[in-house]
Write a protein that binds this ligand. Structure first.
Ligand code: 5GP
Length: 193
């Protein structure tokens, strides 16, 4: 998605060889028209998949997932990061290491918001090692719903998450794929050919 790539080049800040900060338009500040375009793009990519529910993880995925769900005309549910004791019988919970925070958190989804037979589109802002996606996938499997696709705004293709999911048979669509952040340069995967 050219608009997103341009925004990344203009406003992205490289924090390390591994981490990109996009706080001006995605992770802290939010650019509504860019997010709306991303929602339209994901909706067009996945429209034929019969999606019944969009799922993301709080908090950074919510804006894009909302835009996508709105375009598809289906509900959105976002996994919460458990901060307090919850009644175990009412939630699916999975332990997920956080790539950027260096901690492990439990992500939880209420059982009545994820139903057997649901066709789930998982949307997230970044994919790095794929731990968030794998945790979410386990919850979807446990609920009896089906994961029909994964939409990622920014895939860091030099990490293994995207490749892992594709090899596991998931359809993964990324709007921008970054091949490298080394040496202070942002290199997109599709600019390498
Ligand atoms: P994973 O679980 O795939 O290793 O990491 C995915 C999650 O970590 C994303 O939901 C995102 O919140 C965060 N993340 C991973 N890499 C980056 C990055 O380079 N920049 C930012 N801002 N967040 C990232």
């Amino acid at each position: 998605m050219e608009l997103l790539k341009r925004k990344i080049l203009e406003e992205g800040r490289i924090l390390s060889d591994q981490v990109l900060n996009v706080n001006t338009f995605l992770n802290h500040g939010v650019d509504p028209s860019l997010i709306a375009e991303m929602g339209k793009t994901f909706a067009a990519l996945f429209r034929e998949e019969g999606v019944t529910r969009v799922v993301t993880i709080e908090s950074s995925g919510i804006a894009i997932a909302y835009a996508t769900a709105y375009e598809l005309g289906v509900p959105l549910v976002y996994a919460r990061r458990r901060k307090a004791l919850m009644n175990e019988g009412e939630y699916y919970a999975e332990r997920v290491p956080s790539f950027t925070k260096g901690i492990v958190t439990d992500i939880v989804i209420s059982k009545h918001l994820l139903l057997p037979g649901d066709r789930i589109l998982f949307i997230d802002d970044f994919i790095a090692n794929g731990d968030a996606a794998k945790g979410l996938l386990r919850i979807v499997e446990r609920s009896g719903a089906v994961l029909v696709g994964v939409g990622i705004a920014i895939e860091k293709a030099f990490q293994q998450g995207g490749q892992y999911l594709r090899e596991a048979g998931c359809r993964v669509e990324s709007l921008a794929r970054i091949a490298s952040l080394t040496g202070g340069n942002i290199v997109f995967a599709d600019d390498l050919h």
